[in-house]
Design a protein around this ligand. Sequence first.
Ligand SMILES: [Zn+2]
Length: 276
Amino acid sequence: MVTVLVALVVLAASPLTRAAPAQAADQWNPPANLVQPLNEVWNHVSTTYPDLYGFRNYGWDQVMANRGSINYCVRWESDAPVGTALRDQVHAALKKQFGKWTAAMLDNGTGHNAWPYTSVPVNIVGWAVKNRSTLQWTDNSVDVYAGNLDSGGAPQCAPDCGRFFHQDGDYTKCPGGAARHYDQSLWLTKGFQGGAGGDWGQRVGQEYFTGALSQEDIHIYLHEVGHTFGLDDFYDWTPTGQCCFLMNAGSATQITEFDKWMFRDFWRHLKSRYGL
Ligand SMILES: [Zn+2]
């Protein structure tokens, strides 16, 4: 009797009995003062967009489909010439700015709540332009699409290579195959004011983006990337206690703590679709 009881006590105290199950528990630990406003945001989003659980082309889906990277097409809707230096500066800025969102998924270098990627490389696989002569580089380090225009007359990379058009991941008609497919477009339009963003990418003014290349935060672009990952606007309400954050347009110029936790909350609600 006594022996059995002792064995039971030891077993109950053993770490083995508290080992993590095969599916990790939800690690949701926002700062206490953000719990209520985050719940308000999720309630708002999930009732305003009841289809969100069926939508399969968020930035999350794209990164996961690529196993941890993202491919871009740059749509240069402008006649301003682009040399090698500007081309490479655009890529560097894109890496840095996009990386601010993916870094928001890390705690001391470790993925938050089963987020699997410590870095998410950003590749530019194509530049689209109306006239080839606008692009003044001569190397072939990136594919160029000249004169491929959408229905509105704006240059685009080949739709055969675009995830927006091939959400099943079938890029067999893309000349470069899946490796040269693009998930998103950075659409830079001369004279365009403000921004737009969605699963297809982000659109901002060409002059704005090239004028902001050296800025720490290209905030309109950053806001639009938030939309790519499902975050909403706040035109008609604000969550309790939160006035100023990137997704509340005009109130902040960088990703704030509240933006970071809204981003993480979106992942929390979608991650089960990846078996996490
Ligand atoms: Zn917006």
